[in-house]
Design a protein around this ligand. Structure first.
Ligand SMILES: [Zn+2]
Length: 251
C-alpha cells in the first residue's frame, strides 16, 4: 500500500463534535459552548474546518460528517469489548496536551494547551496533564458497517504505537495486512487500555471480522485528515481569560 499522504481531498471536520459519554477520560469531550456566551467565542468545542472544497459533493460529504458528529460518532469509542480497528496512517495527524478544568460546568472541561509560554492556564500554574494523539482509524465494531473515526490515544498507547511504527518488522501502523484490537479495562481508580496487533489473515478466525476490501480501504484513505489537522482548536485569548477567571473565582 502506498505510504504517501497525497490522497485526494481531506475530510472536513464537523463544526462541533458531539460529547462522548461524559467519561472522565475525556477523550473527545468537546461539548457545546456555554449558552451564556452565545454571542462571543464559544468557550470550547470548536474545531477547525479543514475545507472539503467548493464542490457540491463536498457539501454532501459534510452532511454525513456533521450528522455523524451530531450523533456522537465522530470519535472511536473504546469499550470493554475488544474492537478491531485499522489505522489509516503511520503517525498521528494531531498531538496535543490539554488542561482539565473541572470548574467548567457547561462546556468541554478539557481545554487544549497552547503549548507555548503564552498559555494562560500554564501561566497560572495549571498543568496540562492530558495527552492526546489523534489517529484516523476504521472501526470494525460492526463488521458489516466499518466506519472511519478519530481515535484519541493517550500517552501509553501512543508510545506503544510509536514503538510499532518505528520497528521495521512490526510496522508501519498502516501496513496493508495489519489490524489492531483495542479495549479498555476500568480499574478502581484508573482506566487501562490494551492494544494488540492482528494480522489480516487471522481476523476472520479470531474475531469474526472480514478484512476491508481494497475498494473500502481506498475510500477510507481518501477521507483521512491531513497531517496537522486540528480536532480540538485552542481557545482564543478571550475564552482563555474566561477560564482563568473561573479558576481564580473558585480559589
Ligand atoms: Zn497550557
Amino acid at each position: 500500500m502506498p505510504e504517501s499522504r497525497t490522497y485526494g481531498r481531506r475530510r472536513s471536520l464537523p463544526a462541533r463534535p458531539a460529547e462522548e459519554s461524559g467519561s472522565k477520560q475525556g477523550r473527545g469531550d468537546a461539548a457545546p459552548a456555554r449558552r451564556d456566551a452565545a454571542e462571543r467565542e464559544p468557550i470550547s468545542g470548536r474545531v477547525v474546518a479543514t475545507g472539503a472544497g467548493q464542490t457540491a459533493m463536498a457539501g454532501w460529504d459534510d452532511v454525513d460528517k456533521i450528522a455523524s458528529a451530531a450523533s456522537g460518532d465522530f470519535y472511536l469509542k473504546v469499550t470493554e469489548n475488544r474492537t478491531v480497528i485499522k489505522i489509516l496512517s503511520d503517525g498521528p495527524f494531531d498531538v496535543y496536551a490539554s488542561h482539565w478544568i473541572d470548574e467548567i460546568e457547561d462546556g468541554s472541561k478539557s481545554v487544549r494547551c497552547w503549548a507555548n509560554s503564552e498559555c494562560p492556564l500554564c501561566g497560572i500554574g495549571d498543568k496540562a496533564k492530558r495527552f492526546s494523539a489523534c489517529f484516523d482509524v476504521v472501526s470494525m465494531e460492526d463488521p458489516d458497517a466499518p466506519a472511519i473515526k478519530v481515535w484519541e490515544a493517550g500517552i501509553k498507547i501512543a508510545r506503544q504505537l510509536k514503538d510499532i511504527a518505528t520497528d521495521s518488522k512490526r510496522g508501519p501502523l498502516d501496513r496493508a495486512d495489519l489490524y489492531f484490537t483495542i479495549r479498555k479495562e476500568t480499574k478502581k481508580k484508573s482506566v487501562e487500555y490494551t492494544l494488540e496487533r492482528v494480522k489480516e489473515r487471522d481476523l476472520e478466525e479470531e474475531y469474526n471480522v472480514p478484512p476491508l476490501t481494497h475498494e473500502e480501504l481506498v475510500e477510507f484513505l481518501s477521507q483521512r485528515h491531513e497531517y496537522g489537522a486540528v480536532v480540538k482548536e485552542p481557545l482564543d485569548q478571550e475564552a482563555m481569560d474566561e477560564v482563568v477567571h473561573l479558576l481564580m473565582e473558585d480559589a
